[in-house]
Structures are given as structure tokens and as C-alpha cells.
Write a protein that binds this ligand. Structure first.
Ligand SMILES: NC(=O)c1ccc[n+]([C@@H]2O[C@H](COP(=O)([O-])OP(=O)(O)OC[C@H]3O[C@@H](n4cnc5c(N)ncnc54)[C@H](OP(=O)(O)O)[C@@H]3O)[C@@H](O)[C@H]2O)c1
Length: 366
């Protein structure tokens, strides 16, 4: 990042990142993008990409501004240079007479990149890299999906006591966390293509795994249950599988039995030997981002295989002393050898605390 960045541009980039979240659950498979127009350090326009197929953030910001000529546009992703569902944003920026563009990260999408060079060719001053880490975290599933196609971006959500238990000694997990955290989880679900649990959670909690919050997703996430055997057919997930897409992943040896038990339910059965092949099958089924909500055994197994990219950890201010651990037995690691996760968010959520952790940042080349 150059030394030429002004304080007003830093503040505008924070605002752009916040605006971009307006497309949560609606913009995918497109990225989340927010844009702010500044003139003499004052905001004169702003916008975000509100949904797949809808105008891009740049176009909305230009439209809301009375005088975009001579302004600076601040946005979290490089403007696109191609004709997709909407015209190239680069053209709109040039035509509006914007004189400077500040970008957080470049777009690694081979179809859309090249915006920076086109802006520069038109005589517009361009800066890249402002709040790049925050911007990469915001669009991690999108950036990930361009880099890797073998499995979905995998996030884990757990709600635990202070001593790390998901459920008490009797197996009860309702409700470890408070109402604000539960609202957050419904918001979170809207932004993922799939919501998964292990067989024991499916049977113990009999969850709905649907989105029942303030943001209705453009496409309802697919529900996924991991088992190496079958699944009881009286469960809510099975009974409602004709209304909400539901996949059960089983191992090949149990396929025939599982097929019989779930026949006619609407559940799609996928058989795969091992966790990575199971995730590969989900990616092939169109799941680019997966939120695993428990339980401890499944999460521990995914962590052991280094398949978890992000953790949303909600900590409730209670001690349970015993129960089901969120992160079970792990290989002993000495302090100097432990790989630190990157904390990207810490915030109070009612009486609970949310800690968001990233295994690595998916920063595109600048
Ligand atoms: N507080 C929270 O956020 C939260 C969230 C979820 C759950 N919970 C609680 O957690 C408890 C259940 O957790 P749990 O750890 O006992 O069970 P779990 O992780 O939900 O389910 C374990 C089951 O997942 C299946 N599985 C498939 N592939 C697996 C793999 N590679 N490794 C491990 N399991 C795999 C297996 O089913 P098969 O045996 O059929 O092969 C296994 O028995 C419940 O009490 C629930 O209420 C709490």
C-alpha cells in the first residue's frame, strides 16, 4: 500500500466493508462488495451489491451520487472489466469522471480481472491493498473457490461453555448460548451453501438446520448429515427433506441399508469413503461453502485432517465441568510448534463472546 492513503479513505474502506455485508446470503456466487464515493474527504455516494444479478456496488454508488465527477471511489474489490449479468464497472467509473480509485484486493477471477490496468489506461489514479486482510476475510469463500475446487470452504460454528463443552454431562446442548448468539447463527447460515452436523447431533438435538432469521437467503442452504451408517427416518431433517434440500453422507458399505431406511423421504444419499472424498462430493453437488455446526466428534475429526478453514466460537459465560467437548482429543503439540490461528473478530454477543478465527488469509496477488 502506498503512503498516499488518506484517513478519510481508510474510514471509507471500513464503511465499504460494512456496506458489502448487505449482500450477505444474497450475492453468492458473486463476491460481497461495497463502494463509497468521496469528494474533499466527504462521502458523496455509496452502494453495495445487494444480490446476484443485481447492479454492482460501483454502479449503485455512482447512481446515488449527485456529483461523481472528480471524486475518489473506495471499494473492497477490484472493479470488473467484463460484461457479465451487468455491464463492466470500469466503463461506468471512467464515464462518470472519477479521478482516483482505492481498492482493497484485486479480483482473482480470470473473467473479471484487469480493472486496475484499464482504469490506469484511462488516466485514473489507482491504489490497491488498503485493509486487504479484512477484505480477504470478508470474501474468503469466494476467493477460496477460485483457488481450490477439490472441496468447499469449511467453517465450523460451536457454542461452548468457558471450559470448552458443547453439551452438559446429560448430552443437553439447548441452550448453551443466549438469544443474541442464536440470532447471529441464523444470520450466519444464510451466507453458506450447506449446513452440516454429525449423526449424533442430528439424533440428539433433532435440529431443523434452516434459516429463520432477518436475512432470507437467496437459495436455502442444503442440510448435510455425516454418518458412517444410516440415519433414523423419524428425524425432522428426514421428514422435511422434500421441502429443504438434504444430503446424507454415508460410507459405501452402509449405502444399501441407508437407502432402504431413507427411501421416498427426499433425502439425497451420497456415499464416500473418508472425509476429503465426502467433501469433494459436496463440492461437486454445488456446495462451495459449508458451515459445520457440530458435534464435537465430527469437528475434531475435520480438524485432525486439517480440513477446517474458519472457526466461529461462541463462548457462554458458564462452566460445565464435564460433557461433550467441542474440540476433542488432539495430538499433543509443544508450544513452539503450535500453529496459531488468526483472530479476525472478537465481539460481545449479549452475555456471550464471539471469537472468529481463520486458519490462513486467502489474499489474492496484488
Ligand atoms: N453447543 C453446540 O454448539 C452444539 C452443536 C452441535 C451439537 N452439540 C451437542 O453435541 C452432542 C453430539 O456431539 P457428538 O460429538 O457426540 O457427535 P457428532 O459429532 O454430532 O456426531 C458424531 C457422528 O458423526 C458421524 N461421523 C461421520 N463421519 C465422521 C467422522 N469422520 N468422524 C467422526 N464422526 C463422523 C458418526 O456417525 P455414525 O456413528 O452414524 O457413523 C459419528 O458417530 C450432542 O449432545 C449435541 O447436543 C452441541
Amino acid at each position: 500500500m502506498s503512503q498516499g492513503i488518506r484517513l478519510s479513505e481508510q474510514q471509507a474502506m471500513r464503511r465499504a466493508l460494512q456496506l458489502a455485508l448487505g449482500g450477505w446470503g444474497r450475492a453468492a456466487p458473486n463476491p460481497l462488495v461495497g463502494a463509497v464515493l468521496l469528494k474533499d474527504g466527504q462521502v458523496v455516494g455509496e452502494g453495495y451489491h445487494a444480490g446476484f444479478g443485481e447492479p454492482h456496488a460501483e454502479a449503485v454508488a455512482l447512481r446515488t451520487s449527485a456529483a461523481p465527477k472528480g471524486s475518489t471511489m473506495v471499494l473492497n474489490l477490484e472493479p470488473c472489466s467484463h460484461q457479465g449479468k451487468t455491464p463492466p464497472c470500469v466503463n461506468a467509473i471512467v464515464e462518470a469522471g472519477v479521478k482516483r480509485v482505492v481498492i482493497a484486493v484485486r479480483d482473482p477471477n480470470p473473467e473479471a480481472r484487469g480493472g486496475v490496468e484499464q482504469l490506469q489506461k484511462a488516466g485514473i489514479e489507482v491504489e490497491t491493498g488498503l485493509l486487504a486482510e479484512e477484505a480477504a476475510t470478508l470474501n474468503a469463500p469466494f476467493l477460496w473457490s477460485l483457488r481450490r475446487t477439490d472441496r468447499p470452504f469449511l467453517a465450523v460454528k460451536v457454542a461452548t461453555s468457558l471450559d470448552g463443552f458443547l453439551a452438559d454431562a446429560s448430552g443437553r446442548a439447548k441452550w448453551v448460548s443466549g438469544v443474541e448468539s442464536r440470532d447471529f447463527v441464523h444470520w450466519l447460515r444464510a451466507g453458506f451453501d450447506g449446513i452440516a452436523v454429525g449423526r449424533r447431533t442430528a439424533e440428539t438435538d433433532d435440529p431443523q438446520l434452516t434459516v429463520r432469521g432477518a436475512v432470507p437467503p437467496r437459495v436455502a442452504p442444503t442440510r448435510v448429515v455425516f454418518t458412517r451408517g444410516g440415519l433414523r427416518s423419524d428425524l425432522h431433517l428426514v421428514r422435511t427433506a422434500k421441502e429443504v434440500p438434504t444430503i446424507v453422507i454415508t460410507d459405501p458399505a452402509s449405502r444399501v441399508t441407508a437407502e432402504k431406511a431413507l427411501a421416498g423421504s427426499g433425502v439425497r444419499l451420497i456415499s464416500a469413503e473418508g472425509r476429503l472424498p465426502a467433501l469433494t462430493a459436496l463440492r461437486k453437488a454445488g456446495i462451495v461453502s459449508l458451515l459445520v455446526e457440530g458435534g464435537g466428534n465430527l469437528i475434531t475429526a475435520l480438524l485432525a485432517d486439517d480440513l477446517v478453514d474458519r472457526i466461529y466460537w461462541i463462548q457462554a459465560p458458564i462452566f460445565l465441568g464435564s460433557g461433550t467437548r467441542a474440540f476433542g482429543e488432539r495430538t499433543p503439540t509443544l508450544l513452539g510448534d503450535a500453529r496459531p490461528w488468526i483472530a479476525t473478530d472478537r465481539q460481545a454477543m449479549g452475555k456471550d463472546t464471539l471469537l472468529a478465527l481463520e486458519k490462513e488469509l486467502c489474499l489474492p496477488a496484488s
